[in-house]
Structure formats: structure tokens, C-alpha cells
Design a protein around this ligand. Structure first.
Ligand SMILES: *Cc1c(COP(=O)(O)O)cnc(C)c1O
Length: 385
């Protein structure tokens, strides 16, 4: 770490804030909750697991026709588990609607596990809508499932789930959502929005640490999925049976991540729930976008498409701008941004979720201005305009 002085998160002031969409900056109290070893079979721990499952269903607006299954691993583990549990393996098929890397990855998983699917790929600045899927659903009567990414974290674009859900449901399709980077902040109600399957993980908007993910699903689908999984460890049905029968995971659970997560859930509640969290993230995003607009750095997406999770900015055309140097200099000033650039247009991304507020974002803006000055970047117009 650099010699330069900065002020990182409480209790780890010499480490940078993580301006990344997971892992992200967590509160000190979430980290402190992990200072104990829990026995995975103990009654207290099983109670905690039960509490987490119930709380997640409540946050998602579920009634008692839904179930919550926790799965060890990162978010993609639960995505593969859900695709393996619910997507048909013959006769019928799944439609993957993609506008970024996470949509493409879901299609990749379906290919690997031999599940027939169609894919609609839009570019990452196109917000998806019902019109994008209706013709395919009308033409191809074998499509029985639709998979959508709510907030495509590649760019931060938010797709309108209600709109797409209605289109899918009106044609009798099962509607499945990767709400990894949106659940806990954006407005989601599985009953109202007609979502049959939703996947998210511990280390995104609930602000826990990495270690597990979860699938919220209609109980009847879960029951029908018995024996359908392509995998033993990722078998969602078997995992659910284990959780229901004994309150335990089938295999070693990420005990510390679960204890931290329960604390994170309490803090979400204290903050005022998902609506309050959404507002804080929106203030973070606004502070960042406005701050960078002052020096002429433009966001990739329009206001109504971008959402509060991660912001993508067009790279300045000034030849002095080098992303790797920019990244490292920012890190030395206490801010780790999202590395790499994935969108078609040359851009960089900064996460606006995690245990941080507007004041932190304003300091990040000041650090960015300072770094750009030090790099001698003067022309902030986008490269390819
Ligand atoms: C974070 C994320 C995932 C899961 O990524 P992991 O690295 O497996 O945790 C999946 N989809 C979206 C939209 C995400 O933001």
C-alpha cells in the first residue's frame, strides 16, 4: 500500500473503500459479527439460518407460496443451481435476454449443462423492453422460461422487470430474474412483479460479505425440480430438503458469512429498509455523476436507464489517460474502483453501493480530479465522439 495518507472505512482506515459492486465496503459492525466461531449443527446457528431465509422472503415481498434456498459460493453458483433446477432439458427451452456480460454468462451456463435455449443479445446501452421479446415468444412456442438480468452490472443499466414479466407471463412462461446486484436496494416485489425465480447473493446490496447466494422461488417449481439438477453440490431441491429437514446445509456452511449477513439484514432494517437504501445509493450516484460532470466526464447511460448501483463513464480522449495508472493512483488515494472495461465504448466504471455515503463519494470525486490533474489529463471529451 502507498505511503500516501488517506482515510478508509472505519476500523481499516489504511485500506481503500471498495467502489465495486461486490465484494463491497461493509460496516464495521458487520465485520465484528464474525469474531466468533459457530458450530454448524448448533441450535443457535440453525435458528440464524432460518431467520435469514424468512427475512429474505419478506424483503422480496413473497407470500407463503415461495421458498428460500441458500447456496454456498458466489452468486454464479446459485445462478447455475437455479438454471439447472428449473430450465427444461428437452422439448421446451429457455429464452435468455441479454444486454451485457451477465446475460451472456447465463447462456454460456445453459450451453454447458445442455439445456436448450435461445438468446436475444442487445448491446449494453439498450434498456430491454417487452417489445424485444414478444416477437420471439410469439414465433417460438417451445419457449417456456425467460431469464433476465435486472441490473446488468456490466454497465449498471436497469431493465424494467415488471414490463418484461408481463410479456413473459401473458404467454405462459416462467419468469426468472438475476437480481444479484439489485436485490435489497431496487424496488422488487416477486408477487407484484410476477417473478417465479430470483437469484441474489450475500455481498451485494444487503452489504454482507461474500460466501453464499440464495434462490427465492415458487414452492411448486421447487417441488417439480426434484431430480432435475445436473449437479450434486448445486442441487437446489436437495439443498432445500436439507434446510427444511434439519435447518442445516448439506455441506459445510459459510458460518461467518451467514452471521455477518444476519447483522447486515438488521442494519438494512435500521436504515429503513430497501427504500431508504435505494435513496442512499441514488444520492451516492448523483454525487459522483454531478461531480464528474463538472469537469466534463460524461456517463455512458442516460439518467433513466442508469440506476444507482454502478456508474459507467466514457473515457476521456486525452492521450494522457491510462486506465491502469488511473486505477492505481486512485487506489493510493483510498478508492478501489471496478477494474477493467467491458462495454463496447471505451469506458470506466465506479460502484456506488456498499456501506458508504455521499460524503465518501464527494471525496472520491475530489480524488479523481486530483489524479487526472496529476496525470495531466485536460481533454475530457469521450474518445469516440
Ligand atoms: C455480481 C453479479 C453476479 C454474480 O457474480 P459472482 O462473481 O459469481 O458473485 C451475477 N449477476 C450479476 C448481475 C451480478 O452483478
Amino acid at each position: 500500500m502507498s505511503m500516501m495518507r488517506f482515510h478508509g472505512p472505519a476500523g481499516q482506515e489504511d485500506m481503500p473503500y471498495l467502489l465495486t459492486p461486490g465484494p463491497l465496503t461493509t460496516s464495521r459492525t458487520v465485520k465484528l459479527a464474525m469474531l466468533a466461531d459457530w458450530g454448524s449443527r448448533d441450535v443457535e446457528f440453525r435458528k440464524l439460518v432460518k431467520e435469514i431465509r424468512q427475512e429474505l422472503l419478506q424483503i422480496a415481498g413473497c407470500d407463503d407460496t415461495y421458498e428460500c434456498v441458500l447456496m454456498q459460493g458466489s452468486g454464479t453458483f446459485a445462478i447455475e443451481a437455479a438454471l439447472g433446477a428449473f430450465c427444461p432439458d428437452k422439448r421446451k427451452k429457455t429464452l435468455v435476454v441479454a444486454n451485457g456480460a451477465y446475460g451472456e454468462r447465463a447462456a454460456q451456463i445453459l450451453t454447458r449443462i445442455n439445456r436448450p435455449h435461445e438468446r436475444i443479445s442487445k448491446n449494453d446501452t439498450t434498456q430491454l423492453s417487452a417489445e424485444h421479446i414478444i416477437p420471439t415468444l410469439q414465433e417460438d412456442k417451445n419457449i417456456s422460461h425467460v431469464w433476465l438480468i435486472h441490473c446488468e452490472t456490466t454497465s449498471g443499466i436497469v431493465n424494467p422487470i415488471g414490463d418484461l414479466s408481463r410479456a413473459a407471463k401473458s404467454r405462459g412462461c416462467i419468469f426468472m430474474v438475476d437480481a444479484m446486484s439489485s436485490f435489497g436496494a431496487l424496488d422488487i416485489n416477486m408477487v407484484r412483479d410476477g417473478i417465479d425465480v430470483l437469484v441474489s447473493s450475500s455481498n451485494k446490496c444487503i452489504e454482507g460479505i461474500p460466501g453464499f447466494a440464495y434462490v427465492l422461488v415458487r414452492k411448486n417449481l421447487l417441488l417439480l425440480s426434484q431430480g432435475h439438477s445436473h449437479s450434486v453440490v448445486l442441487d437446489l431441491y436437495d439443498q432445500w430438503i436439507g434446510l427444511e429437514a434439519s435447518g442445516q446445509f448439506r455441506f459445510t456452511p459459510p458460518t461467518h458469512a451467514l452471521v455477518a449477513f444476519r447483522q447486515a439484514l438488521r442494519e438494512l432494517d435500521e436504515e429503513g429498509g430497501t427504500a431508504a437504501r435505494r435513496k442512499r445509493y441514488a444520492r451516492n450516484a448523483e454525487a459522483l455523476v454531478k461531480g464528474l460532470a463538472e469537469i466534463g466526464i460524461k456517463p455512458l447511460l442516460s439518467d433513466n436507464a442508469s440506476g444507482p448501483i454502478i456508474q459507467t463513464f466514457l473515457t476521456p480522449r486525452d492521450s494522457h489517460f491510462k486506465f491502469d495508472l488511473f486505477y492505481e493512483k486512485l487506489r493510493q488515494r483510498g478508492f478501489a474502483i471496478y477494474p477493467g472495461k467491458l462495454t463496447q465504448r471505451d469506458s470506466f466504471r465506479i460502484g456506488t453501493i456498499g456501506h458508504l455515503d455521499e460524503a465518501v463519494m464527494l471525496r472520491a470525486v475530489a480524488a479523481i480530479k486530483d489524479v487526472l490533474q496529476e496525470m495531466n489529463v485536460k481533454d475530457f471529451m469521450p474518445r469516440d465522439l
